[in-house]
Design a protein around this ligand. Sequence first.
Ligand SMILES: [Zn+2]
Ligand SMILES: [Zn+2]
Length: 125
Amino acid sequence: MNTTTLASTTRLNPVSRTLPVLLTMEDDAEDVGRLAPDDRLTCHVHGRWIHQCVASPTHVNPVTRHRWCRPCGTALTVSVDELSGDVTMYCPRCGHGESAASARLITACRASLAAARARKVFEAA
Ligand SMILES: [Zn+2]
Ligand SMILES: [Zn+2]
């Protein structure tokens, strides 16, 4: 499951950026078409790391199936483990609900969690 987002991660080098700086950089990159919204590590709606606000209902989208179980018509539950750095999503009704969009969202969340943790270490040093 450790695929993609490496491109945007290395290009924008999130570890050496503060959250507000990375937010602006990702906004700009997205505006000029260099960054897909799905690959963002920050959320322009909430102004936070994506893993910090992905549990918000705003991140559920039945059309694109981000955080959405189509068979059940239910939003996926998000679980963010800050210690292990793992992010999972599952449907509270059927226990599944995977989609390509949700998989991409999970990948972005794991990358943002990793970047935020690395950033903490960076700032403590
Ligand atoms: Zn958000
Ligand atoms: Zn379901």
